[in-house]
Design a protein around this ligand. Structure first.
Ligand code: URA
Length: 272
């Protein structure tokens, strides 16, 4: 099998292949586009050489087609590229960030009342036409994603895609043993039933408890309203995960670019 592969592999002379390779079955080639291995390397997948090998091994698809040839040229802004089934963000103009929104900051780019707003944290990035993915209450801190990838942002916030968010809430204790069952069954709110996907007590200290709530909906004040309804009004609230992205050790008020893996995982979470 290996010998077969080797004998079919062309000599590494990309320019020669650029000029002469023609595969009628492959509709992904973009004449004058960028070399696929360069695009992958620039996206941070691996070195150009390693990317060439991945291409040769059939691990790379462009618009759903496996592309094995050396010197393949693509349009990184328009074509959808996957490596090992995971989408690679290749469009140079698309960016993805995570902010740890501090308490007291409104989830808008500008506040008419002059309160601290998100613009204070993404000022250097405004030329990129970033927008925030969903909102957090002014009094909630934690993970807020930013991107200029409209389709991804839409899917991440649309309830039909069911992306889970994880919160830690400080609430008055003690927590009754069966509360997770009540919350998973659903709590009646004024705008309908609200169910949590997961609930657990992280810590209990005297009259206070730290609880973890996972849900995949985004109605206003949803965690606060659910916990209030079951007799544990939220004292402090933080979002610690958004789908596959974790807040980690990001300090309040700081922003970081998402990794290639995180962006690929976000795409996968919403079927892109
Ligand atoms: N639920 C809330 O109550 N507040 C938030 O900011 C997010 C979810």
């Amino acid at each position: 099998m290996d010998a077969f592969k080797t004998s079919r592999q062309p000599q590494r002379d990309p320019d020669f292949y650029d000029a002469d390779y023609e595969d009628e079955r492959d509709t992904t080639e973009v004449p004058g586009g960028e070399k696929l291995q360069k695009v992958l390397a620039q996206a941070g997948v691996a070195s150009r050489r390693a990317c060439e090998e991945m291409i040769g091994e059939g691990r790379v698809t462009v618009d759903g087609q496996v592309v094995r040839r050396f010197g393949a040229r693509v349009d990184p802004s328009k074509q959808v590229i996957h490596v090992d089934g995971k989408r690679i963000p290749t469009a140079p103009e698309l960016v993805y960030y995570a902010l740890n929104k501090p308490i007291g900051v409104v989830s808008t780019m500008e506040d008419p009342q002059g309160r601290p707003s998100l613009a204070d944290y993404v000022q250097d990035l405004t030329a990129l036409r970033l927008f925030h993915v969903g909102r957090l209450d002014t009094e909630t801190e934690g993970l807020l994603l930013f991107t200029n990838d409209g389709e991804l942002a839409h899917r991440l916030t649309h309830p039909s895609f069911g992306v889970q968010k994880k919160y830690w809430a400080k609430v008055p204790g003690p927590i009754a043993r069966g509360l997770h069952r009540v919350l998973q069954k659903g709590v009646d709110l004024e705008d309908g039933l609200a169910r949590v996907d997961e609930f657990r007590v992280v810590q209990e200290h005297g009259q206070q408890a730290l609880v973890e709530v996972v849900l995949h909906e985004g109605r206003t004040h949803i965690v606060r309203r659910i916990m209030e309804q079951v007799g544990h009004p939220v004292i402090d609230l933080a979002r610690i995960e958004f789908g596959p992205v974790k807040l980690g050790r990001l300090k309040p008020g700081t922003i970081r670019a998402l990794s290639l893996k995180e962006v690929g995982d976000l795409y996968a979470a919403v079927g892109m």
